[in-house]
Design a protein around this ligand. Structure first.
Ligand code: SF4
Length: 237
């Protein structure tokens, strides 16, 4: 895998999706039914499309430029995550918290889509302690704007996959991130001692959005009116 190349137009579109969902996160937070920062949903070994892992790596490189000592600490956490032998593909959970969690999300400004939509446009799991509505159900947003936002997310990921077919994979994020952050010989060393299941590559991007969103519309609230950053929803890929 090569170092992050120039895909600035696609990363700008991805950041546009992130910004739009972040505005919705802020509205959700102000609703009284928002995230309580328990970190429970961060007990996960994320599987991400390479584009989103690359977005994380780009953000990390900016952090490392300001705090060079941080590189070693982050790499050590990622290497540790690559030895989480109890990680299971069906639940994306093992023994460890997300390698990017340290008393909170350390990549909050460039965290991936799945972390932004949890509890906001999809129904959260029982592990999430956020306040419930009178019906006993959590609040999350639905509507055409939510559908359009998710469609734009997939368009961006698809456009990236078409432009860089050799990076059109979904992979365990810690393993994929190390291929950017370590020299190839070091990656091979980690891989030799790491369970093969953590290096598996698959096509497509799994998300629980559609079933969760469609299953319980009566539990959800309409997309609120917000002064949002404009999002260009026309296909550009
Ligand atoms: S990227 Fe951040 S928000 Fe997402 S699981 Fe990891 S620590 Fe949690």
């Amino acid at each position: 895998m090569t170092a992050p190349g120039d895909a600035s137009d696609l990363f700008a579109r991805l950041d546009g999706v992130y910004d739009r969902l972040q505005a919705l996160n802020a509205a959700h937070q102000g609703s009284g039914f928002g995230c309580r920062m328990s970190g429970n949903c961060c007990k996960v070994g994320l599987e991400l499309h390479i584009m989103e892992t690359e977005r994380i790596v780009r953000g990390l490189e900016e952090q490392f430029a300001k705090d060079p000592g941080r590189r070693e600490r982050v790499v050590a956490r990622l290497v540790e995550a690559c030895h989480d032998a109890n990680w299971k593909e069906d639940t994306s959970q093992g023994d460890l918290m997300c390698a990017l969690f340290d008393k909170g999300c350390t990549v909050y400004g460039f965290r991936p889509f799945v972390c932004r939509m949890y509890g906001v446009i999809i129904e959260p799991d029982d592990v999430c302690p956020r306040r419930k509505m009178a019906s006993g159900k959590p609040l999350f947003y639905i509507g055409k704007d939510v559908d359009a936002l998710v469609r734009e997310y997939y368009r961006v990921i698809d456009a990236f996959g078409r432009r860089y077919p050799r990076k059109d994979w979904t992979m365990y994020m810690p393993a994929a991130a190390l291929t950017y952050l370590l020299p190839p010989a070091e990656v091979r060393k980690v891989r030799r001692t790491s369970p093969p299941k953590l290096w598996k590559r698959s096509r497509g991007y799994r998300t629980q959005f559609a079933p969760s969103h469609r299953r319980s519309p009566e539990r959800a609230a309409p997309w609120p009116t917000l002064p949002l950053v404009p999002l260009n929803l026309r296909p550009q890929g």
